[in-house]
Every structure is written in C-alpha cells, then in structure tokens.
Design a protein around this ligand. Structure first.
Ligand code: NOJ
Length: 543
C-alpha cells in the first residue's frame, strides 16, 4: 500500500471529529428538539469549518430519560429525531460533503423500556430473560439491602429492587439496567446491531461506557478507604475533574477487551473504499496505560484521552499529559486523541475561568491541542466560543440532577444559536422555544454573526483547522523539544513550533513565521506572545 493509500485507509489517525449533540444542534420540525433532518440541512457548516467527521449522539428509539443513552430499540430512529430514511439521507449527504459519520453505540445498558428488560421483569427470578441483566438477591435477613455497595454514577445506590424482591444493577439511572456481558446472547445481539449500521454505511461507532461492560465476577463490594464514600471515576456533570486510583470492580475488567477484539474483526470485514470503519472508546480509565489497552492493534482504533480535558490551566500539567499520553499509546501503535469539551463536562471557556480570559485560554488550549499528533474531537458550540449556561433548576433535565440535586450537564447542552437576535436564534423554525432555554444576548455568538466577523472565534477555528491541514498528515506522530520554561509550554511537531503561554505576562517568541495564533484578530505577533495565548510558528527553513 502506498503512503497515500495508507493515509486514506487510516483517515482516523489524524482526523478532526465534531461531536453533534443531536437534541441541540438544529431542529427541522419545530418541536424544540434537534433532529436528523435539521442536522442534514446544517452539514455545510461542518464542511466549512473544516472537520473530517462527525460523531452523532444516540438517536435510536428511547424514552429519553438520559437523552438517548437509554436505548429501547438499537435499530430504529426515535420519531423525535426522524426516521431510518432520514438517517440514510444524513449519511449520504455527509459523504457527499466528504464528512465521515460516527454513530454512538450504548452497549453497557439498555433502557428499562427495552423488550429484553420488560421480558426480564415478567419472567421472574432464575429465568433466561433475567440472565441478560444483572439481577441478584438482596442482602440482610429479608433481602432488603442492595447486593453490594456500588453507587450509581448519577448518585444513589446502583441497585433498584423489583416487586418480587430481586435487585437489578444500574451503574447510571434506574431506567438504564446494566446488561450481563458474560451472557453470550448479549454479544450476539450487539454484533447484529453493529452490522445493521455498518450495512447502512456509517463509518464508525463511539462506544459509550466502553470500560464498563464486564463487571468483576461475583460483584463484590468496592473497597473504599476509610473516611471516603464508594464511587466511580466516570463522569457526572462538572464533578469528575479529579481522578484517583481506586478499587473499581465495576470498571475496566480484563475480559472487556475480548468484546472489542470481536468487534474489530467485524469492522475489519467492512473496510472499503472510504477506508477503515472505526471504533472509538469512551473509557474513563484511571491511567494512560489502561487507556492504551483499548487501542491495541486488534481492538479499538481510538479511545478518548480525557487527561487533556482534566488538566488544569498549567504548562506543566499540559506537558505531563502530552508526555504520558504519547508514552502510553506509542508502544501499542495507537494514535492519540485529544478533547477539551463534550456533552458531559463543563465547557472549557468556563472551566478556564469564563469571560474574556476564559475564552482566550480556551482558544489557546484548542490551538495547542490541534497541533498535537493524532486526532482531535471538538464539541458543538465550542467553535462559537460558547460558555456553560446557568440553567435554572426548573428547566434542568439531567438524570444526575434529579438523583443528586447537583446542577448536572444541562449547561453544556443548550441548543445552538444559528442566527438572529432572540431565542430560538434559528435553532428551529419560527419562534417556538427549544427544550432548554437559550440565554438572552446570544445573538453575537450565532453562526451567522460570527461568519460575518473575521475576528470571531468561528473564524479562528476555521483558520486553525485550515492551517492544521498543511502539516497534520505529514508531520509524523511524535513531538520533539517538549519544554516547560516558567509558565510557558513549547514543543515541535514536524516543521511547526508550538508555544503556549499559561502565565500572566507576555513572553519573548522564538523566530518563525506565524502559521496560526489564538490571539484576537489584529494582534501582530512579532516579538512577544501575550498571556493566555498560543501560536504555531513555521520554521522558515521548512517552507
Ligand atoms: C456517557 C455519556 O456520554 C453520558 O451522556 C451518559 O449519560 C452515560 N454515558 C450513560 O450512558
């Protein structure tokens, strides 16, 4: 295979993928919820932005208790989002625009409305129907205590009791019963789901809770250090920014990798003229090494590398993530991934302090990320510089809010502003309001307003992605000269030197032609790099 052919085949190694939170992207039918036809109509925005692929959050039949991450039928489209024909039209249009399509697969749990779970409830204890899930007897004399001490990621016990006295496990909401992946029926069902969507032409799958499918046999108690609470390293709203090494019999069990080896064989059968069909893991693992196990050559193609997103605003912390990631992923031949925002975490301008400084830092972190080897994931609205919205309690819908009373994840899911000066800002037709209220004053943040402004964050993203194309595929998969001097991080990637200033003072810049910068438009970067700013400098000799 020539270098060019290999590059086409392995397009994912350097792709930029844009996450579409389908409820909040664009609403064609005016019911206040985004849908597939709305997304299809707005695909040119993604082409103009310059991304290579989109990942669409779940649009399958679902009671929407966790906004689609509670699937009742894996092979049909929820009427809220459209029809199977709409899904086909979306894939076809995306391909016409040279965008690949990654869909979301939710294999850890089904909805409690899934026919399998309904049948399990009806069939009763000891039945083959119950054996597809994790039903157990309770503890205590009358079985009224949960079978173990595990907690739901969304708060409260991870077990719910059914009327006949048994309990079922749900690592998330009680409407999301966990499947028993040690039961071969489960694996067979998901293989047929993979084939269903591959046959319809999708280019890959983002695997929800990829580290959770198999639990430690015996479902023992989690060992919790004295003085702390049982819990998990998985995401809940903004509260998962810290991770510690802990005992996790519910996550990252060795047997989970067998599942992905099987799936990889299936996907490899489908590689074709559009190149590889891919698997990307959402795996909140505890170390870069455990993340790398998911991307061994016969498993997934990629795994989200949440360490970049979890790092504080610090040159040292960013440098440690780059080094740790490359050291872990390199030996298994994987390609690293980088991400700053998604539909489960507080938007990165807000994490970095909000306001103009938060946005400046967010742009700088984004530009730095886009120079790194491997592939980057963007979250809808970050190209507009959107901040987390403070959603009023009466409008909140996140199941974790209902289970814990903590604000939850609605604030990063507010529907996008496309044009105009008042809600719904072109999100849907007419003046009908979207499912989460949009803030007043979002007009200047809309796509239309930013399109017309060369100094906008949208213009910055477009320029950065265009500049990335000039070197990303040819600059190799390593970084060199990684340094931290004071509050400044710098490294080289091929012909490009990247400098990120995390300090509060301007710093002198090395020589080089400015290829891209996160500074406000009109800033001339000649000798100094301002605080909270990043730049790509092209080595003059490399032209
Ligand atoms: C991770 C998804 O990103 C999140 O939105 C969802 O709530 C959980 N998995 C449970 O499916």
């Amino acid at each position: 295979m020539s270098g060019r052919d290999a590059e086409h085949q392995q397009w994912w190694r350097h792709a930029v993928t844009y996450e579409v939170y389908v409820r909040s992207f664009a609403d064609a039918d005016g019911d206040g919820v985004g849908d597939l036809p709305g997304l299809t109509a707005r695909l040119p925005h993604l082409r103009d932005l310059g991304v290579d692929a989109l990942w669409i959050t779940p649009f399958y039949r679902s009671p929407q208790r966790d906004h689609g991450y509670d699937v009742a039928d894996y092979t049909d489209v929820d009427p809220l989002f459209g029809t199977l024909d709409d899904a086909d039209a979306l894939v076809a249009r995306a391909h016409e625009l040279d965008l690949r399509v990654i869909v979301d697969l939710v294999p850890n749990h089904t909805s409690s409305e899934h026919p399998w779970f309904r049948a399990a409830l009806e069939a009763g204890p000891g039945s083959p129907e119950r054996a597809r899930y994790l039903f157990r007897e309770g503890r205590g004399a009358d079985g009224s205590l949960p079978p173990n001490n595990w907690r739901s990621v969304f708060g409260g016990a991870a077990w719910t009791r059914v009327p006949d006295g048994q309990w079922y496990l749900h690592l998330f909401d009680s409407s999301q019963p966990d499947l028993d992946w040690r039961n071969p029926e489960v694996g067979d069902m998901f293989e047929s789901v993979l084939r269903f969507w591959l046959d319809r032409g999708v280019d890959g799958f983002r695997i929800d809770v990829a580290h959770g499918l198999v639990k430690e046999e015996g479902l023992r108690d989690q060992v919790v250090p004295e003085g702390s609470e049982p819990g998990s390293a998985a995401p809940t709203g903004g509260s998962m920014i810290e991770r510690t090494l802990r005992d996790e019999p519910m996550w990252d069990q060795p047997e989970v990798h067998e599942v992905y080896r099987r799936w990889r064989r299936v996907l490899d059968e489908y590689a074709g003229p559009r190149g590889d069909r891919i698997l990307v893991a959402e795996a909140w693992t505890q170390t870069p090494e455990s993340m790398a196990r998911f991307v061994r050559p016969d498993e997934m193609h990629q795994a989200f590398n949440f360490s970049w997103l979890l790092a504080p605003w610090s040159a040292e912390a960013f440098a440690a993530v780059v080094t740790g990631t490359l050291e872990a992923v390199g030996p298994v031949g994987g390609s690293p991934t980088w991400v700053l925002s998604n539909h489960d975490v507080i938007r990165h301008p807000t994490r970095y302090g909000g306001g103009p400084r938060g946005l400046a830092r967010a742009r700088a972190a984004t530009l730095t990320m886009l120079a790194l080897p491997g592939s980057a994931y963007l979250y809808q609205g970050e190209e507009l510089g959107l901040e987390e919205v403070d959603v009023a309690p009466e409008h909140r819908t996140d199941p974790s809010w209902f289970r814990t009373g903590e604000a939850g994840r609605d604030g990063c899911r507010v529907p996008l502003p496309w044009d105009g000066d008042a809600a719904p800002y072109g999100f849907g037709p007419g003046t009908g309001q979207p499912w989460l209220p949009q803030p007043a004053g979002w007009g200047p943040r809309s796509v239309a307003a930013q399109q017309a402004d060369p100094g906008s964050t949208l213009a910055f993203y477009r320029a950065a992605l265009a500049a990335r194309r000039t070197f990303a595929t040819t600059a190799g998969e390593s970084v060199t000269d990684l340094r931290v001097e004071g509050a400044v991080l710098s490294f080289r990637r091929g012909p490009v030197t990247v400098v990120l200033n995390c300090g509060s003072e301007a710093v002198p810049l090395p020589p080089g032609e400015v290829l891209a910068s996160s500074a406000p438009a009109g800033t001339v970067l000649s000798r100094d790099l301002p605080a909270d700013c990043a730049v790509w400098l092209r080595d003059p000799a490399a032209r």
